[in-house]
Design a protein around this ligand. Structure first.
Ligand code: SF4
Ligand code: SF4
Length: 446
């Protein structure tokens, strides 16, 4: 086992030495990197070879919390769990004397029109510029805070080629959209991932459209045995990588994301850097990292934490990246379960409410992003998607000459501009986006 571990380390090290031969910075010398990498290897009992899937499944089988959640899903269904969860947040807010989210926001923003975002106690979008596709819930990990409850067991929830093609049509018909944001699960493990990326990039070149394609990457996927060519694929199509790394320390990452995830994440970052990602020599290959708190507290300042990440990752591993994005834990799904179990739901909601920041409303991600689920259903954001809060709109049928209100999917609209007239569906989980410096898939918003 030791020999196999060493061979992966040696391969990655060879990459680094290659890159470092051209580096003038003594702190990133190949020798220093070799020492750091080898010391990482000698302090870990993790095998970097093979898939993480079996390890994750083993953990899920022995983890009492996961077992309890699946028993409850069998008993009351996912919708029942969502209702229960919503009730717990509502009860916490009632105890705190806090009204519903939009009433609260309207009262607090009375002097600040938030750029037209608030009208008649409703929240409205500006022109959508980001099309975010959650292409499936399958993941090689099963993180304790995961708001989409992904795991290797979520094999059924996966986007079909028909839906993927309709999403590309939406992109084509929406002239203001400049970003295609692919998320999951681990989106790269979905059959449609490479299809979507290749066609979207080809389309953007042929139509001379500026298009940022984002891969929301968990990093460990880059070490999956059937993904050895993934970095090359991402580089070839100039995909921006936005990668989760909730800490620069091993213990915190492994506690939140599973044993061995930190070592694999570091190996993956070295691989990305070796390909040019996150380096000043390749500004077109962007690599951003994402931090989320390990418990019921707000993220620290994005700027300050970014400096600490840059310093520590460079010092320990010679790793470079572009930006750090900080994200607040939403009080939904696995994190809501954790809060309820610890008796901390009220405290957490109080923290979010007390730190409400009216400056965040203008930049809420639901105002410039539209989120599409693996089945084509359309939502205001990925959180609403996980809570089943689909956008409801009016559909006119010329056949029966009538207009009906219904939940919208990619089958019902031609362009994201069609959604402009519909207000955003908000609820008590939205306090997670307006606390402190604000939170979104693009990091802090204020
Ligand atoms: S890697 Fe991301 S999608 Fe997968 S379980 Fe963890 S948080 Fe969820
Ligand atoms: S959760 Fe956040 S992004 Fe989603 S609708 Fe609420 S405020 Fe908007």
């Amino acid at each position: 086992m030791m020999l196999r571990k060493f061979s992966t380390a040696a391969a990655i090290l060879a990459y680094r030495i290659n890159v470092d031969a051209f580096s003038t910075s003594p702190s990133r010398s190949a020798l220093a990197l070799a020492r750091r990498w080898l010391s990482l290897q000698s302090t870990t009992d993790n095998n970097l070879e093979g898939s993480l899937v079996s390890q994750t499944l083993e953990k899920m089988e022995s983890d009492e919390e996961f077992q309890e959640i699946s028993r409850r899903i069998q008993r009351i269904g996912a919708d029942g769990m969502t209702r229960e969860e919503r009730f717990k947040r509502r009860r916490a807010l009632t105890e705190l004397g806090v009204p519903n989210f939009m009433q609260f926001v309207t009262e607090k923003n009375v002097d600040d029109t938030a750029d037209g975002a608030i009208q008649n106690m409703q929240l409205y979008r500006s022109q959508p510029t980001i099309l975010q596709l959650n292409i499936g819930l399958y993941c090689n990990q099963a993180c304790s805070h995961c708001h989409v409850e992904s795991s290797p067991l979520r094999k059924k929830e996966t986007m079909s080629s028909e839906i993927a093609a309709l999403c590309l049509k939406l992109l084509h018909n929406s002239p203001d959209v400049d970003t295609l944001d692919l998320t999951g699960g681990a989106p790269e493990l979905n059959e449609q991932f490479r299809f979507l990326v290749s066609l979207a990039r080809q389309w953007s070149i042929e139509n001379k459209r500026q298009l940022t394609i984002i891969d929301r990457c968990n990093l460990t996927v880059l070490l999956e045995p059937d993904q050895t060519d993934l970095v090359d694929f991402l580089k070839e199509h100039q995909v921006k990588v936005v990668a989760s790394l909730p800490c620069y320390g091993k213990d915190n990452v492994d506690a939140q994301r599973g044993r061995g995830v930190f070592d694999r994440s570091i190996a993956a970052l070295l691989k990305l850097n070796a390909a040019g990602y996150g380096t000043p020599e390749h500004p077109e290959l962007e690599l951003d990292l994402v931090y989320n708190p390990s418990g019921p507290f707000l993220p620290p300042s994005q700027e300050t934490l970014s400096l600490a990440y840059k310093r520590e990752l460079m010092k320990d591993f010679g790793i470079q990246f572009n930006n750090l994005l900080t994200i607040t834990n939403m009080p939904i799904k696995r994190f809501a379960d954790y809060l309820a179990k610890q008796g901390k739901m009220k405290d957490y909601m109080e923290l979010l409410v007390n730190n409400y920041n009216s400056q965040t409303v203008k930049g809420l991600m639901c105002r410039n992003t539209v989120s599409v689920g693996w089945d084509g259903a359309i939502y205001d954001c990925d959180f609403n998607q996980q809570l089943g809060m689909q956008i409801v709109g009016e559909i006119h049928s010329s056949e029966i000459m009538s207009t009906t209100k219904q939940k919208l999917s990619v089958f019902d609209i031609q362009s994201l501009t069609d959604l402009q007239k519909h207000s955003i569906r908000t609820d008590n989980h939205c306090f997670g986006c307006t606390a402190g410096s604000g939170s979104s898939c693009q990091g802090a918003t204020a």
